[in-house]
Design a binder for this molecule. Structure first.
Ligand code: HEC
Length: 244
């Protein structure tokens, strides 16, 4: 992987070219790896947002306001995480819109107002499909502050459940997107506490989720196996948190 110019010339020129070559290689690597990775994460989060709006609709159809409010809590977390993926104006505005309609649903669900919930949900569906049609073009922002650990966990639990269903029905692509969203949520988990043990457990979990998200396998059985690895990391942390 030497720069072609490094093969000729004096020692000094050679060293210079090698350094330059390395700079080019490492710069190229960071551009070609980080950028698409950020897009993959954004796409995963967009898909998970759409899926969760579907869940909110199901709760509303059953007039289950408690679950609707909880589901809105998860949507808010996901929308904020999605918003932080890019600082470009269109992306920020679209996700800002999603976040404000989620707020309306939360208020309507808490007061068990069916009519207001319906109006707010229709608004949310529009806002989320507009946001899902965008491609982020800017730079990632700092992650939002992690929410209470319990709501983070409930959101991850719901995503993992959706992934299981997706893989059981052979929808490998959807499963990988759920894993991509879990990998991004793992960063919030990691930021929630800062003991070395927590950091290690959250890091293992993140790694397992990334493995599942980036798997080249297309066989649902193989990807299900990777998800078992993710579930083991969830359990490993729960075991440790209990005994602490
Ligand atoms: C790095 C540690 C860690 C990882 C990784 C982790 N959890 Fe947790 N989880 C916790 C802790 C700590 C609690 C207890 C939170 C509380 O109740 O205060 C918890 C609680 C939960 C709960 C119970 C929430 C409730 O109170 O009803 C669920 C469900 C859950 N986690 C699901 C998951 C799933 C699914 C994954 C993996 C996709 C996961 N967790 C990964 C640390 C972790």
């Amino acid at each position: 992987m030497l720069h072609p110019a490094a093969r000729v010339g004096s020692n000094t020129a050679m060293r210079y070219c090698m350094v330059l070559g390395l700079l080019i290689i490492s710069d190229g690597a960071s551009m070609s790896a980080a950028e698409p990775a950020a897009k993959v994460t954004a796409t995963a989060l967009q898909a998970v947002l759409v899926k969760n709006v579907g869940h909110a609709r199901e709760w509303l159809q059953q007039s289950d306001f408690k679950s609707l409010a909880q589901s809105a809590g998860g949507l808010q977390l996901l929308a904020e995480l999605t918003k932080s993926q890019s600082d470009d104006a269109a992306w920020q505005a679209a996700l800002g819109n999603v976040i404000s309609t989620v707020g309306e649903i939360q208020a309507a669900a808490r007061s068990e107002d069916l009519a207001a919930s319906k109006v707010a949900l229709a608004g949310l569906e529009k806002a989320v499909s507009a946001a899902a049609a965008l491609e982020p073009t800017g730079q990632p922002q700092v992650l939002p502050r992690p929410p209470a650990i319990r709501s983070l966990m409930l959101t991850m639990d719901a995503i993992q459940g959706d992934a299981k269903v997706a893989l059981l029905t052979g929808n490998v692509e959807a499963g990988k997107k759920q894993a991509g969203a879990l990998a991004e949520l793992a960063r919030l988990v990691s930021n929630s506490r800062n003991t070395p043990q927590w950091t290690a457990l959250a890091g293992d979990f993140a790694k397992a989720a990334i493995d599942a998200a980036t798997a080249t396998e297309t066989d649902p059985k193989a990807v299900r196996q990777l998800f078992r690895g993710v579930a083991q990391r969830c359990e490993a942390c729960h075991e440790n948190s209990r005994t602490r």
